[in-house]
Design a binder for this molecule. Structure first.
Ligand code: ADP
Length: 149
């Protein structure tokens, strides 16, 4: 089963959207294999977003994601990376379709409430930044017999 890294960003935690976002992940049929609330360190944030290090918004992005508690998750399921990118919607909420998390719950790119890994390589890299192997729980859920052919 494929794993992806999901972050509920600090703006979403402050706005009381944790339950709403976690609920959308669960209802879609994906399984939460690890989850933690905490304030991301500047070091982890810079490593996480290192591909954007030269972009003009980098400093404000690091300030934003370290500004308060966020929720880190490992989410698991068949095609979980592509599914969670679609569930989150476009990076700029203006372009995010209604029905997506950003399309329903956000207004600006710099406050777009969620993160999801964009490829297998980023998922592996991001999970390793935020979790130890022993944090990830291997378990079965009863709904798997209904979700998968
Ligand atoms: P995504 O989060 O959809 O994978 P990117 O990897 O392109 O998008 O960008 C990472 C994050 O950086 C975005 O989610 C957003 O919080 C922030 N960001 C990207 N582009 C901008 C921008 N032009 N202005 C402000 N913040 C931005």
């Amino acid at each position: 089963m494929e794993q992806t890294y999901i972050m509920i960003k600090p703006d979403a935690v402050q706005r009381g959207l944790m339950g709403e976002i976690i609920s959308r992940v669960e209802k879609r049929g994906l399984k939460i294999a690890a989850m933690r609330l905490g304030v991301m360190s500047e070091e982890s944030a810079k490593e996480h977003y290192k591909e954007h290090a030269e972009r003009p918004f980098f400093a404000s992005l690091i300030e934003y994601v370290t500004s308060g508690p966020s929720v880190s998750m490992v989410v698991e399921g068949k095609n979980s990376i592509a599914i969670m990118r679609a569930v989150n919607g476009a990076t700029n909420p203006v372009d995010a379709l209604p029905g997506t998390i950003r399309g329903d719950l956000a207004i600006e790119t710099g406050r777009n409430v969620v993160h999801a890994s964009d490829s297998t390589e980023s998922a592996q890299r991001e999970i390793a930044i935020h979790f130890k192997d022993s944090d990830i729980v291997n378990y079965s859920k009863i709904d798997e017999v209904c979700l998968y052919e």
